[in-house]
Ligand binder design. Structure first.
Ligand code: UN1
Length: 499
């Protein structure tokens, strides 16, 4: 399959980026979509310089006017939603319904950012001194470096850039080397909007093409005060340390190992569909995917059998071409992802009571398609504590909620979590003791709305993006005290210093 000219047509100037360093294959059937160049170090350096100049210009534009640019971009996305969704599906393999959802997530964050552009509120703080006024002001930060992953190739960039732009910053985006085409399409749509907007500099948002090498150059450059990086824990650890070494700021969204606890009071009509979407949706390639299901022993066999039935049905008839509306599970991103999944299955095999699926299917399609896997275990063994970015779900029993909570929290990651219960006491207990950034009741671990702060604790990296007050990560906080009296100014803490 070659991407239809209509979808690649979203990239106005594709030929300008052609080269030999990056080969873009569609995971749908392995076909070559394009070959692109990677930016040379001097080119990255030049782009960072342009981003600094663009920042100096953009920060002078009033925030509500900055919001107007993001509003126009949101409209542009609405007009091009279907084509961009098709390209997302062609390039990263998620099913078309989820491709559309991803573009909708971009539109939603644009709307959110437009409102925010009139609400970048500071504080007025009571001063302890007479005739003094104390304030907290939020100021633009500088160029923001955005490093994104293949699995949400456009939405995560939009979370970052929509907020960064209304906050008065310029952006430099290093997309995953597996999904540069969707990034170029977003850039093209952005450039279209920019030309209609007189007070925006042309280098307000730029793309840096390449691999971790180009990412590292952004990470190490002092002119970029904030690096927002999404990806593996290993990548985040390197980024966090390098950015910290130059006293920069990093916003990290790393791996998850998300669990759902199913209690005896759970409504299984609610629980089972939520577990399924979390486990096999996006072919298990979300950082929020459900990896672990911890079920009360009284429901353990019943829930496992219900999941098994559904997974077998999906595995036998709903895995395939993600552009086909009837497909629920598309391909894995590449062969390496398949090998990681197989290794995880082999590691857990000696401990498993039962393993369903996991094998390769639809070899006729020439992509990497797998039957989603379900592993029944007696307890949480060591390999379960690692994140496997594939449709591989471990199901384990528990006897007391305290024990379930211990199992739940005893993994290094802390992104998303959920409990299935109709008991308000269990629900509140779970919200209090889940150590994750996201703790849901009667909905699954994945598919968060943009309105909340998104991110997690522990090895997930601590960052918060998207809604709530996440915008503060993209601004500089300034405390300012003004004295408007005429007498000798009083000192704080009652100190006297009479000369
Ligand atoms: C990711 O997988 O990196 O909550 C982001 C979700 C989506 C975002 C996932 N809104 O599943």
């Amino acid at each position: 399959m070659i991407a239809s000219p209509r979808t690649l047509g979203l990239i106005a100037n594709l030929s300008e980026f052609s080269g030999t360093e990056l080969t873009c294959h569609s995971p749908i059937d392995g076909s070559l979509l394009a070959t692109l160049r990677a930016d040379a170090p001097e080119e990255v350096d030049r782009k960072i310089g342009l981003a600094v100049d663009a920042f100096r210009q953009w920060r002078e534009v009033p925030a509500p006017r900055r919001g107007e640019l993001v509003r126009l971009y949101g409209s542009k996305l609405r007009q091009n939603k279907e084509e961009l969704a098709q390209l997302v599906t062609q390039e990263c393999g998620k099913v078309i319904e989820e491709g559309r959802g991803e573009v909708q997530e971009m539109i939603d964050i644009c709307d959110f950012a437009v409102g925010l552009s009139r609400q970048l509120y500071g504080l007025t703080i009571a001063s302890e001194r007479p005739e003094h006024v104390m304030q907290e002001n939020w100021l633009p930060l500088g160029p923001v470096g955005i490093i994104s992953a293949f699995n949400f190739p456009v939405a995560v960039w939009a979370w970052n850039s929509a907020l960064a732009l209304v906050c008065g910053n310029s952006c430099l985006w290093k997309p995953s080397e597996k999904t540069p085409l969707t990034a170029l399409a977003c850039q093209s749509l952005f450039d279209d909007v920019l030309v209609q907007f007189e007070d925006a500099p042309s280098a307000l948002s730029q793309i840096v093409l390449g691999t971790y090498v180009q990412g590292q150059q952004l990470v190490d450059d002092n002119r970029i005060p904030l690096i927002s990086a999404t990806g593996s824990t290993r990548m985040g650890q390197a980024v966090g340390q390098r950015v910290a070494a130059r006293f920069g700021r990093s916003l990290l969204e790393l791996g998850g190992n998300n669990a759902i606890i199913v209690t005896p009071s759970a409504d299984l009509g609610v629980a089972v569909p939520s577990i399924l979407f979390g486990s096999v949706g996006t072919a298990g390639q979300r950082c929020t995917s459900t990896r672990r299901v911890i079920v009360h022993r009284c429901l353990f066999d019943q829930v496992f059998d219900m999941l098994k039935g559904a997974v077998q049905q999906i595995g036998s008839s709903k895995v395939g071409d993600p552009l086909d509306a009837a497909t629920l599970v598309g391909p894995l991103i590449d062969e390496a992802a398949y090998e990681v999944m197989q290794r995880a299955i082999e590691r857990v095999r000696p401990h498993a009571l039962e393993i369903v699926g996991g094998q390769r299917v639809r070899e006729d399609l020439c992509g990497v398609y797998v039957h989603p896997a379900l592993v029944k275990l007696n307890e949480q063994v060591e390999s379960v504590c690692e994140e496997t970015f594939a449709p591989l779900t471990y199901v384990m029993p528990y006897d007391s909620l305290d024990e379930a909570m211990l199992t739940h929290n005893s993994v290094p990651q802390g992104l998303s979590s959920a409990i299935m219960t109709t008991d308000v006491r269990e629900a509140e207990y779970f919200k209090r003791y889940s150590d994750c950034g996201i703790a849901n009741v009667n909905i699954g671990t994945s598919g968060a709305e943009i309105g909340g702060a998104f991110g997690g604790e522990k090895e997930t990296g601590g960052g918060r993006e998207s809604g709530s007050d996440s915008w503060k990560a993209y601004m500089r906080r300034q405390t300012s005290t003004t004295y408007f009296g005429t007498a000798r100014p009083a000192l704080a803490q009652g100190i006297r210093f009479d000369v």
